[in-house]
Design a protein. Structure first.
Lengths: 253, 501
């Protein structure tokens, strides 16, 4: 069922298959809708794929896997949690999740921004890459599980560790394994053994803060947090690739 | 460290014929030939020779002969020269042995043990020179049944997207970066001229080749290089690459020195950084995950094109293929033991996977038994050398084949296995701006188009001899084959009867 106003449209997603629902989204976008509200979303996958405009999509309920995969342009807000594969190979646009997200969030992302209020699952930001002005960004409010930023080749990954108690360490292991580009900003304690061999650890300098501060402010804007309070917690580290060519000397012809 | 590795080849220069023109010096990208100004003489460093025969073919006076260095160690079946030299190489470098092209070991080539039938007396053969022969092949999901409108006789069944091939041969994936842009352009032009498909591999789709989009398959692989909505939109088929016959289960590293400005732009990564294709795709850990990616691509392209899934032919290929079809693949590709590569660890290339003939027969049989063979086209790759291999593959159950080595050989490749060095003297497997000029896309396309034309004529000849005028009539019809020199088990897996039986 669809109720239309001038440019805001509501869809009741109850009972729709993902194919029906995404076809409907494409029709609405083709008709010039700029703001679409999805009610009663129950696990429909691939929302935001193949829309290719900056349409605003508000999702109430729980979207299915691969939310915004291959996405170019849309600005998606989820009032709830997201499942696996959010922003897979994403190209451009924005995904804001008022909750937590599953595994492989932002895998191979090439651009765009993903903000997750709470925590994420495993293998997030694997093999993100960048080219010139195209630079993907993922900001995670709480923490991540293992393999965060594995094979990372570009872009910015931020983990704010807001759920960590005083003195508590991050739980993710193998952070940045095989990393050969991009940067991870981590707030909170982490043991050396939790990091991949290919990762260096550094204090933040002015250039880093010039990137990180606006991202924390944007996170605070989306979720009603206090940016200064987050920054004031301290314990920010930068994880970076020690080499552009981590596997240079493995082979002989 | 002094190397204990002998030269693999002997360079013979016939002094009576040599005119000191130095063509060989300029042609050899491995610096085997050099000019010594003191003695005013062209000489050789035989250690550098890879046996690619470029100098031999370009010597204007036929003065050069390249022969294999016999390396006559004491004869020993177990400790052959290759084994001894591999050990020495590793003792000197401590590295993984890297190689190119396909498996060159003596595993059985089943194509050579399968014989075709011909019509005699009880049915007439057909002369393809005077009668129409049909090789047209459609790639894509076929319906369970077809319904026609009883009055108009129009098709009522809604067909899934189909891609038409003029003959059942496509060019297999070779990425820009692994091969040169001129090679890709040769393939793209030839595919367009011949009415077949070429495949970008996973190195992105160069903008200068976008005009060949209607004959292009693009790949989504573990590196996801250059994958964006326009890339998916442009192609006729999108192929998810899980594995490759030359290196099942292994990822790939395009070394930073091959990532030029142009390669960087096409792959959309910084210039000079390693392009790492991880071993698995980390969003595919199960058939259900595969289904999610297949349908993400279908959604991203609005169900307008077939989605292919390619795997290396491995031990349980049949069960995996069944899962791939159930995950929504419209085309499945099996790449066999002899499939080639621009770079693979030698031990993997030579020891992992199964022959394509056995995998093909097993998968086709399995999909038929499960009643889902119509849901996906079956394409095989890995060691298809001539038109008979193509026809035998179709009879074993393939819809089409992919060729890559054969195509490169058509362009000049002599399978010297130096692909990973990036110094290919034939200008094929390199991004060196000077070497890549050795392939002229216009001539390259002509050579490839000629090859496909030759194969197409031969296939029609063989079909005509069998008394059959459409390839569709022999597809999966294994009674047209008989086996020789095969065990009962091999015959059983191939689903083929013993010759004379």
């Amino acid at each position: 069922m669809v109720t239309a106003t001038k440019s805001t449209v509501e869809i009741d997603a109850m009972g729709l298959t993902h194919r029906q629902m995404n076809a409907r989204l494409r029709e609405l976008v083709a008709d010039g809708s700029q703001h679409i509200i999805l009610r009663n979303c129950y696990g429909q996958k691939y929302i935001g794929t193949n829309l290719n405009t900056s349409v605003e999509i508000e999702i109430h309920g729980t979207p299915g896997g691969a939310l915004g995969s291959f996405m170019k342009g849309p600005r998606i807000t989820v009032h709830g949690n997201a499942q696996d594969g959010t922003g897979n190979t994403m190209d451009e646009g924005l995904i804001v999740i008022h909750g937590h997200a599953g595994d492989i969030t932002g895998l191979s992302a090439r651009g765009g921004k993903i903000f997750i209020r709470d925590y994420v699952g495993y293998r997030n930001g694997i093999h993100m890459k960048e080219y010139k002005e195209k630079k993907p960004t993922i900001v995670i409010g709480s923490s991540s599980q293992d393999f965060l930023g594995e094979y990372m080749a570009g872009g910015v990954l931020v983990v704010l560790g807001l759920d960590l108690a005083e003195g508590e360490y991050h739980r993710a292991n193998f952070v940045g394994t095989g990393m050969h580009g991009g940067v991870i900003y981590l707030r909170g304690k982490i043991h050396d053994y939790q990091l991949g061999k290919e990762v260096g650890v550094a204090e933040l300098d002015e250039n880093d803060w010039a990137i990180l501060r606006p991202l924390i402010e944007e996170y605070a804007d989306h979720f009603g947090a206090d940016a200064e309070e987050i920054i004031g917690r301290g314990e920010f580290f930068k994880l970076y690739a020690l080499s552009l060519r981590p596997y240079g000397r493995l082979y002989t012809v | 460290m002094k190397t204990y590795l002998p030269a693999k080849f002997i360079v013979e220069r016939d002094e009576a014929r040599c005119i000191q023109c130095q063509v060989c010096v300029r042609q050899c990208s491995f610096e085997t030939h050099y000019y010594d100004p003191e003695d005013d003489e062209v000489c050789s460093r035989e250690h550098n020779c890879v046996g690619c025969h470029r100098c031999m073919l370009f010597c204007p006076t036929n003065a050069i002969t390249i022969r294999e260095n016999p390396r006559d160690y004491r004869q020993n079946f177990n400790w052959r020269p290759e084994v001894i030299e591999d050990i020495k190489k590793q003792a000197e470098t401590g590295s993984i042995l890297l190689t190119g092209m396909g498996n060159d070991k003596e595993y059985p080539v089943y194509w050579d043990h399968l014989l075709l039938n011909a019509a005699q007396v009880s049915n007439p053969s057909i002369d393809p020179l005077r009668e129409p022969m049909e090789l047209t092949t459609f790639i894509g999901r076929k319906p369970e049944r077809v319904e026609l409108d009883p009055v108009t006789m129009d098709l009522k069944t809604i067909l899934a997207p189909q891609v038409e091939l003029a003959l059942p041969v496509m060019f297999s994936a070779m990425s820009y970066g692994a091969v040169s842009l001129n090679v890709q352009e040769s393939l793209a032009r030839a595919a367009t001229a011949a009415g077949v498909m070429w495949n970008t591999g996973e190195g992105g789709f160069h903008r200068s080749l976008q005009k060949y989009a209607d004959n292009t398959i693009v790949q989504v692989a573990s590196g996801r290089f250059g994958v964006h909505p326009e890339y998916l939109d442009a192609a006729r088929i999108v192929e998810i690459k899980i594995g490759q016959g030359a290196k099942p289960g292994i990822g790939g590293h395009l070394p930073g020195e091959k990532v030029s400005e142009d390669v960087a732009m096409t792959r959309m990564i910084p210039q000079g950084s390693d392009a790492i294709s991880p071993a698995p795709q980390h969003d595919i850990y199960s058939i259900e995950d595969l289904a999610q990616l297949v349908y993400a691509i279908k959604e991203a392209t609005n169900y307008t094109k077939p989605v292919s899934v390619k795997i290396a032919a491995v031990h349980n290929a049949a069960a995996i293929a069944s899962g791939m079809v159930r995950a929504g693949a419209d085309m499945i590709v099996l790449d066999g033991l002899r499939g080639s590569t621009g770079a693979a660890p030698k031990v993997i290339r030579d020891n992992v996977g199964i022959p394509i003939e056995l995998a093909l027969a097993a998968v086709d049989t399995r999909l038929r038994e499960e009643g889902i063979r119509n849901r996906a086209s079956l394409v095989v790759a890995g060691g298809i050398r001539r038109s008979t291999d193509v026809l035998k593959a179709v009879i074993l159950g393939a819809d089409a084949v992919y060729i890559a080595t054969s195509a490169l050989v058509a362009l000049g490749c002599t399978t010297c296995q130096q692909c990973p060095t990036g110094k290919c003297a034939w200008g094929i497997c390199t991004t060196d701006p000077i070497l890549t000029k050795r392939i002229n896309p216009e001539i390259g396309a002509e050579r490839l188009t000629n090859l496909l034309r030759g194969w197409s004529l031969e296939i029609k000849d063989m079909l005509g001899g069998m008394g059959i005028n459409a390839l569709e009539s022999v597809r999966g019809n294994r009674l047209h084959l008989r086996g020789v020199h095969l065990t009962d088990t091999e015959l059983e897996v191939l689903g083929v009867r013993q010759a004379g039986n």
